[in-house]
Design a protein around this ligand. Structure first.
Ligand code: SF4
Ligand code: SF4
Length: 164
């Protein structure tokens, strides 16, 4: 079997709304990557996953690393760029204009407080498994090969429609 690249799939039915993923994301993208030290960071830690509530469900939103990414198309400097399957951000050439923030249809580009520096999901390049995936106590955030996740997606969709 050929394995396609790994990606994230979120099963909303399993999300408790505990926000462990948000905390793990912010800590992973801090200077020290330590929970107790993050408040001393020069830029306060910023999460790149957002747990929202709608229709009595908890819905974690994160970057889909879109095939034809609106944020990348909106960027006037090329600070957002495609590398493999990921849409990444080069802080050094970012103007802080916010065009990407406006263009993202999922609202998952954010800024550091009191700063123009943007933050977006980079799939945790220093880790084998993204921090949000590892932190989720229920396995609602899955990270696996695309062809394996296909079955998981279909099962989740069936359960949503049939209720079983
Ligand atoms: S930030 Fe938004 S527009 Fe850009 S790749 Fe991620 S989901 Fe797509
Ligand atoms: S804020 Fe940065 S990344 Fe976003 S559009 Fe402006 S220059 Fe590009």
């Amino acid at each position: 079997m050929t394995f396609l690249p790994r990606e994230i799939f979120i099963d909303y039915e399993l999300c408790l709304g505990c926000k462990s993923c948000e905390i793990a994301c912010a800590v992973e993208h801090s200077e020290t990557k330590e929970l107790l030290s993050v408040l001393n960071d020069p830029l306060p830690p910023r999460k790149r996953i957002f747990v929202c509530s709608a229709f009595s469900k908890n819905i974690p939103l994160n970057c889909s690393h879109c095939e034809d990414a609106p944020c990348l198309r909106a960027c006037p400097t090329g600070a957002l760029y495609k590398e493999g399957d990921l849409i990444l951000h080069a802080r050094a050439i970012c103007l802080g204009c916010g065009a990407c923030e406006t263009a993202c249809p999922f609202g998952v580009i954010t800024r550091y407080p009191n700063s123009k520096v943007i933050a977006k999901c980079d799939r945790c390049p220093d880790r084998n498994t993204p921090a949000c995936v590892e932190a989720c106590p229920t396995g609602a955030i899955k990270f696996d090969h695309r062809n394996i996740l296909e079955g998981v997606r279909q099962k989740a969709a069936r359960s949503l429609v049939t209720g079983i």
